[in-house]
Write a protein that binds this ligand. Sequence first.
Ligand code: FAD
Length: 385
Amino acid sequence: MKSSDLDVLIVGAGAAGMMCAIEAGKRGRRVRVIDHARAPGEKIRISGGGRCNFTNLGTSGANFLSENPRFALSALKRFTQHDFLKMVERHGIAWHEKTHEGGGLGQLFCDDSAKQIIRMLTDEMKAAGATLSLGLGVKAIARDGQRFTVDLDDGTRISTASLVVATGGKSIPKMGATGWGYDVARQFDLRVTETRPALVPLTFEPGLLEQLKPLAGVAVDAIVRTAPNSASSSPKGDRPQFKEAMLFTHRGLSGPSILQISSYWREGEAITVDMAPGEDVAARLLAAKTENGKQAVHTALGHIIPRGPGRQAGRGRRQEAASHGRDGQRLDRQAGRVRGLSHGRGDPGRGRHRRPGPADDGGQVGPRPLLHRRGRRRHRLAGRL
Ligand SMILES: Cc1cc2nc3c(=O)[nH]c(=O)nc-3n(C[C@H](O)[C@H](O)[C@H](O)COP(=O)(O)OP(=O)(O)OC[C@H]3O[C@@H](n4cnc5c(N)ncnc54)[C@H](O)[C@@H]3O)c2cc1C
């Protein structure tokens, strides 16, 4: 059997594996990265709707969900978002900050393509002296004193001082994702925390799905929160909330605000959706009634929230129609982008990774929101799900 010696063998040429290779190579280590996929950084390629949201100006430890809240701190201290941005600029990659209602959100995207980020990382790896082998997996690993012996699919044996498992989470198996990293952890008796879907779309239960299906494709601005006293409430009762776009899909809800809240949602809990942020819907309806008593409720609501959901709510059927901001738009292109994001990427157990929801190619079961059964008075109908 052909064998070779290394300082660092990294399994997985995703974002984590490549960054690790760059840093280890810069320290003079002999580094090799292997990946069973045919191309490196496949998830980066589809990230940010193909433009890769490569960093966030406001990144801090508070943005990472983990059983250990300090998990990300030392890494973030030693390599900041500004360091990454410098690397992007050094490679001449044009970028822009996403904005909302005229304000910067701090999320930085490539102007052109996420592929530029992959190229940047592979170029940096090369410059740091790390080698990359694709289409190559691991057959077996054994600990041999202070070193690891790793048998590869191609029949070679590698002896390495450090073995880095950077095989990512299980989402999107089509792109090479496996649970192999968890198996390796178990092999070496490392504790594996519970994994659960995060950054995924939500699906409606059958009855509500039928009622709200006509809204598929409508995008609105919304404030989405977990329910009071939910598992995600802080001891002071603060609840996570996100004010971003929300999208009605043919299965339920998606869009950035929904993907975000899905990481906090727990089975059996409700979420609330305010589709008219900053509006006193009851007062506006009362004023409309005073001005024009004959106006249908859905017509009046149509001035406050987009027409589709407004009609659903205003007809007074008993569904808790989802509401939304006034700028609801039917934008198929935007819907496509949001669906791209819906392949998500988080795992609160570990810091960041996720399993796909039902809209994902993996076809696994994602979270299902329970409904608020309280919204029968009209102003509530308009403001809550
Ligand atoms: C649709 C979508 C959009 C996203 N958008 C963004 C975004 O805009 N910004 C952002 O920061 N993040 C985004 N993410 C998340 C981001 O892509 C991931 O967090 C990140 O790519 C994970 O990197 P990783 O290296 O940990 O894992 P991965 O990228 O999953 O890499 C793991 C690698 O290991 C390989 N591998 C797996 N098992 C084996 C095995 N047994 N043997 C050999 N190789 C193996 C895989 O082929 C893969 O190349 C998005 C994710 C998705 C799915």
